[in-house]
Every structure is written in C-alpha cells, then in structure tokens.
Design a protein around this ligand. Structure first.
Ligand code: NAP
Length: 314
C-alpha cells in the first residue's frame, strides 16, 4: 500500500506507517528471554517491506546496539531501499554535545551506512542544553552523515527551542517522536501536536499499540518481562485499557479487521503529520499492522473511540 507521509520539511517522504525495532535487540525488556530470534525477525522485516512499510526506527540504546546491527544487516541482505531513523542517547556521562559525533559514528558503523536518514535526540536531558545538541546535529548534517534531524520525547517548549536553533543553519526540525496511542493522547493537549502543525514537524507515534497490550483476543491480556511494571498495566489503568480494547474489538469485528489495525488507523486519522511505528518481531504482526493502511475509520467510528479515550488520560 503506497500511503506516504513527509518527515516535516526535510524533503524525506516515508511510508505512512513505520516499524519500530526496539524489541529486535532487547530481549530482557521484551520478556522473551535469550537472544532475539534472527529468523523470526528477518521474516518480520521482509513482511514489512513486502507490505510497503519501509521506514524503520531504531536507537543505539536498543539492545546495546543490537537492534541497529540487525537492522543494518537485514537491510543490506534485502538490497531494498529503506529509510532509517536512529537516536542519540543523552546518557548522564555524556555531558558534552561533542559526544554525539562519536555516538553517531558508532551508529553508522553498526548500521553499515555512510549516511543516516534521520537522527533524533532520544529524550531531553537537563544537563545537556538543547542548543549545543542542535549545533552538533547541524554539524552532522553539514558533514553529510545525516540527512534529517529531530528530537524524541520533547515537550512543545523544547521543540520550539530545537526548531529555532536549527533554523540558524537553515535545517528544519523534521520530527518529534513521542508516545501517542488511543489511550495516551497527551500530544493533543500538551501542545506537541499543535507545535508539529505550526512548525511543520512530523509526529512519529511510538508505542502505538501500548507496548502490545492492545491485542485482538478475548483472553485477559498478559504482558511478560519488565513491561508489566510500566504504569500502563496497573490497576485502574489496565482495566480502562481493557474497556477500550473491547470497543476497538467491536469496531474491528464489524469491519472485518483487527484491534491493532483500528488502533493504528485511529492514529493515522488524527493528522497527516502522524507516522505510527508499531514494533513487531513476528511477520504476522508486521503484515497485520500494514493492513492499517489504505482505508479510514468513519467519523462515527472515530466519535465512538474518542468518547471512550479522553485526551487527558495518562
Ligand atoms: N523514542 C522513544 O522513547 C521510544 C519509546 C518506546 C518505543 N519507541 C519506538 O517505538 C516502537 C514501537 O513501540 P513499542 O515497541 O514500545 O510498543 P508497541 O508498538 O505499542 O507494541 C509492540 C508490541 O506489540 C506487539 N504487536 C505488534 N503488532 C501487533 C499486532 N498486530 N497485534 C498484537 N500485538 C502486536 C509486538 O509483538 P511482537 O514483537 O511479538 O510482534 C510487541 O510486543 C519501538 O520498537 C521503538 O522503535 C520509541
């Protein structure tokens, strides 16, 4: 399905749905133990490409570089054009923005590419000021190591500071990657979505399936590994997510699609700047997620969902 979206004003156009690769390198967090199953992940990667999903999100942090390494290898083996986003981690010991250049070189080497399509600052860190970080990103663009730059988990104020600093170099802030899903709608109320519209910045929606809690079966949802400790899965919140899932399931059944597809399509309907990046290491999930493209929920269906998921929920 050839649905495309812009990475802000960077000139880069990507598939309207991307694929997250956190779980590809980080077995402990995702609770499947041992090493990631390369064959399974390779099948998921191919399934994404075959379905027209060619935008992949990774980070140096994921699996200590394992996700970047695997993504780079799979992309080379496939010999097909993909667009890759990766992220600089502002670790506490990285007190100088200069460390970004070394980190970027390592990411490029793990990915096996000379130029990265999109490089993001993984999250804001008070001991590293935004302006020197943006200066370092601009230098990376000028050196030809990066095509476009952005931020992740930044609030609207931080976005504006990043945008204004990059503007000095004539470089657009291409994206802000933040948590956004049918249950976590803060970008609608905290100014981030409004800033994306105003500044022409793509909103890359991470965790669009609530870390996999949104699923399509009737059984109580069980989440393995450290994920179960995330705030999303506790008490009232988990019960609310289950109630939301029941509504999505009713809509999905009436349409002949799945809960995940409804949840992803809901995001695509919110604004054409939004690019959801569901994580999937199973081919069946990757194929299913791509099935969220090429159609739209009706206004009535959107109203039903929106009534149940107030934007101020945490
Ligand atoms: N910038 C940041 O701070 C940040 C934070 C979190 C995530 N991210 C990025 O966003 C990506 C996605 O977020 P996420 O991984 O946290 O959560 P997510 O995409 O909401 O959920 C991923 C989970 O959903 C499962 N899943 C995928 N498709 C499914 C389907 N069709 N039906 C049922 N279950 C399905 C996956 O299972 P399988 O793996 O078994 O297929 C996995 O367990 C990450 O991979 C990462 O690239 C960025």
């Amino acid at each position: 399905m050839n649905e495309r979206r812009r990475l802000g004003a960077s000139g880069i156009v990507v598939s309207a749905l991307g694929a997250g690769t956190w779980s590809w390198g980080d077995a402990p967090f995702w609770g499947y133990g041992g090493m990631p199953d390369r064959t399974e992940i390779a099948a998921a990667f191919r399934a994404s490409l075959d379905a027209g999903v060619t935008f992949f999100d990774t980070a140096e942090l994921y699996g200590g570089g394992g996700s970047e390494r695997l993504l780079g290898t799979l992309a080379r083996e496939a010999g097909r054009a993909v667009i890759i986003a990766s992220k600089f981690t502002p670790f506490p010991h990285r007190l100088s923005a200069r460390t970004l250049h070394t980190a970027l070189d390592h990411s490029l080497s793990r990915l096996g590419v000379e130029t990265l399509d999109l490089y993001l600052i993984h999250w804001p860190y008070t001991l590293l000021r935004i302006e020197p970080l943006m200066d370092a990103l601009a230098e990376a663009v000028r050196a030809g190591k990066v095509r476009a730059v952005g931020v992740s988990n930044f609030d609207a104020f931080g976005m504006r500071r990043a945008h204004d600093r990059l503007a000095r170099y004539g470089i657009p802030l291409a994206a802000n990657e933040v948590r956004y899903n049918v249950f976590a709608r803060q970008p609608e109320t905290n100014g981030v979505l409004a800033a994306c519209r105003e500044l022409d910045v793509a909103l890359i929606a991470h965790s669009p399936l609530i870390h996999g809690v949104l699923a399509d079966d009737d059984t109580p949802l069980s989440v393995g590994g450290p994920r179960r400790f995330l705030h999303s899965y506790r008490g009232e919140r988990l019960r609310a997510i289950h109630a939301m899932t029941a509504t999505l399931r009713a809509i999905a059944r009436a349409r002949g699609c799945t809960v995940a597809q409804v949840a992803l399509n809901w995001l695509l309907c919110q604004d054409d700047r939004i690019i959801p990046i569901p994580g999937a290491k199973r081919a069946a999930h990757a194929r299913e997620n791509a099935g969220a493209l090429g159609w739209r929920l009706t206004d009535t269906e959107l109203t039903i969902i929106n009534r149940l998921s107030a934007p101020d929920q945490q």
